[in-house]
Design a protein around this ligand. Structure first.
Ligand SMILES: Nc1nc2c(c(=O)[nH]1)N[C@H]1C(S)=C(S)[C@@H](COP(=O)(O)O)O[C@H]1N2
Ligand SMILES: [Mo]
Length: 347
């Protein structure tokens, strides 16, 4: 199996088209009312240009049916009201103030090899992924192994916004406004036994929904993992939405992991199984190329990928490159997790 990855600067990027989002008056309790394929955050009403309606919507696949236009608001006004771009938006403790990557780019420039290795494959093919009905198997070192319907699982937690940087190992980055809940809240609720030391995540295996799984570019299903203390860190997040709406298929519907201090490939999409275990999981990328991808995969500008430097990155939508920060800028929150570890060996 040869590693299909190349550094990002060899790949062209799509054009930007901002998707305007505006706020409406809805109580916080209504934020919890979730229906399949609906807007996850009823506080916001989504406005899209006529071009988006006719052009892109079909390509974006499931979960994007709710497209409404608020009467009397021009597209420019709607854009100014975007809760993620507005300067006075109240920021959460972990939110970055950096400019959020527009919805159009975050949903058309994707890595999701279950659909194919091209950046445009996921958006083009995500319609074949059916995020409802969906169950998540919880097993291993937990008091009550169980299979939970995704809507039940979501209803356990109030949804939060998190605006996180995301840095792909290929050398590009985005700023993603996620909606979801802390992974720690889920793990606590599952009551791990004293033997639980790691969390293993498994994505869906289904060649009907994932045409790319007919090719053995990776060993399917995609598997990822975290040490239990990493999983319990307040930054670790389970996303069910993006830009205020249901997570599109190409971004990992209906449930994906977000660990912003690690390279993007740790952020496993379309999770069907979460296993608490006493053994370090063998992740998909470690299995594919162990000399190139380690278990930790913490963003580290000082340690090059064997085939390219990790010192800089290109923010999607920007020209030029910026310096990559240790732990992707989240060192204050997570560096203590790796105290005493050699981060060159544990790459
Ligand atoms: N199941 C699955 N999850 C995955 C991948 C994948 O191929 N399959 N690619 C990863 C990589 S390499 C990156 S950079 C991010 C990209 O997330 P995004 O498309 O939402 O930006 O998803 C990660 N999660
Ligand atoms: Mo990536």
């Amino acid at each position: 199996m040869t590693d299909p990855r190349t550094p990002e600067d060899q790949t062209p990027t799509p054009q930007a088209t901002e998707t305007p989002i505006a706020e409406t008056q809805t109580s916080d309790s209504q934020r919890r009312i979730l229906t399949p394929g609906s807007d996850l955050n009823p506080r916001r009403e989504f406005l899209r240009s006529a071009a988006m309606f006719t052009g892109t919507v079909a390509a974006l696949g499931g979960g994007l049916e709710v497209l409404t236009r608020r009467p009397g608001l021009s597209s420019a006004e709607a854009q100014a009201a975007d809760p993620f771009s507005r300067a006075d938006r109240p920021l959460g403790p972990y939110d970055t103030k950096e400019k959020v990557t527009p919805y159009q780019q975050a949903t058309t420039y994707n890595n999701f090899y279950e659909f194919g290795t091209d950046k445009s494959d996921p958006a083009r093919l995500a319609g074949s992924l059916k995020p409802r009905p969906w169950t998540v198997r919880i097993d291993g070192e937990v008091r009550k192994p169980q299979t939970i319907d995704i809507d039940t699982l979501q209803s356990w937690f109030p949804l939060e916004d998190r605006i996180y940087r995301m840095r792909c190992v290929e050398g590009w980055s985005m700023v993603m406004p996620w909606l979801g809940f802390p992974l720690a809240a889920l793990i606590r609720r599952l009551e791990p036994t004293s033997k639980a030391k790691y969390v293993q995540f498994t994505a869906l295996l289904d060649t009907k929904q994932f045409p790319g799984q007919k090719q053995q570019v990776l060993k399917w299903p995609y598997v990822e993992g975290l040490r239990l203390d990493e999983a319990l860190n307040p930054l670790s997040f389970m996303a069910v939405g993006l830009h205020g709406r249901t997570l599109p298929g190409q971004n990992g519907a209906p449930l994906r992991l977000v660990v912003p201090w690690k390279y993007g490939f740790k952020n496993i999409k379309s999770i069907v199984r979460i296993t608490l275990t006493d053994k370090q999981p063998l992740t998909t990328w470690m299995q594919a190329a162990p000399q190139e991808y380690g278990f930790y995969a913490n963003v580290n500008p000082a340690v090059s990928h064997p085939r390219w430097s990790q010192a800089t990155e290109r923010r999607i939508g920007e020209l030029g490159r910026r310096k990559t920060l240790p732990f992707n800028g989240y060192a204050d929150e997570v560096a203590a997790l790796y105290k005493g570890m050699d981060l060159r060996k544990n790459f």
